[in-house]
Design a protein around this ligand. Sequence first.
Ligand code: PLP
Length: 403
Amino acid sequence: MQSIKSEFPIFENARKEGRSLIFLDNASTTQKPQCVIDAISGFYTGYYANVGRGLYWPATIASASYDQSREKVRAFIGASSKKEVVFTSGTTDAVNKVVNSFLLPQLEQGDEVLVSEMEHHSNFVPWQQACQSKGAQLKVIPLDAELNLDLSELASMLTDNVKILAITAISNTLGVKNDLKKIIKLAHQHNVKVFVDAAQLPLSEKIDVQEMDCDFLAFSGHKVFGPTGIGVLYGKQGLFDKMSPLAYGGGMVQQVSVDKTIMADLPSKHEAGTPNIAGAIGLAAAIDFVNSVGVEEIGRHSAELRKYAVECLSEIEGLTLLAKDAEGTAILSFTVEGIHPHDIAAFLAEKGIAVRAGHHCTHPLIQKLDIAGTVRISFSIYNSEEEVDLLKNTLDEIRSFFL
Ligand code: PLP
């Protein structure tokens, strides 16, 4: 993987500056390959203009590039039409938009919304607040002893009152992967729509929204080697058609008069204002990069590193791995008896090892586990077994320093 790592300039720049950087915080965000950086600067330096308006050449090239970016995303997630792909600023923005445009207009007192105990706050708080504003009930699907979603509990919670099930594809804290096809099938048997938080999914396995049959799905560009400030909301065309616009403004209308506005067709109807053009172009370059390496290869490499880390870290006395048998993901959390996760992260940071410590925006999960937080490591294509070895040795050092 050394040749792939060289495509990410931060590592060579760090080396030149004499800094060590072992980046094990990929669940938070991923580093950027040169091709993504070049695509963004190429837009600003070569053909910068707004999209969908001008007839002059930079505007036509920018418009075509923005449209091609949407097509790249469509193919990346297996959607049947570009009408089902709306650009957002990220996963959080996408959740809020579905809450506001899909859920709230139909939500009434006594209705229910289902989320799970492992949700990121982004896929928890917006649903919770919507329920509280309408006197509806947020119901939380529990995890079983192995920290997997309890499917029998889910089955018993799917009633006629449920308006939507919002579920993560992969827990950003535990690295547990949910069986989405099974969950969605179950929900649909009860006519319940499903929103999939796919923030951690795109580098783990090939997404196919048609095969999955989800109603909505969202992910963030910055977690797939793309820029910050760009994300994707997929929605089935029938649902996007029926929903009122996700926001109002320029670019999403066909005709406006003093009395009335006729909305534009999909997907423009759901994208008000000047979009994040550079972000979309950068995301398209990131998708090209991911495809050139192969999602399966990235997913396999990261999952093998997780497995290797489980083996290595299991040898450390007093270290507890969470959901250690989870398969096919890049994320691994642990605690060390007698040492606070933040102290571990601070010590590792001193050595140039980037990990995350704390609650990982999953307070309900951390409360259920009754712990102060975890140390989380998360892998990507540029990480190696040597880096895991170094982590293990540094954790040994930390134990002898603190205990
Ligand atoms: N959902 C999950 C599972 C995540 O891991 C994250 C980010 O860590 C989010 C949602 C929120 O993503 P963003 O901050 O890019 O909107």
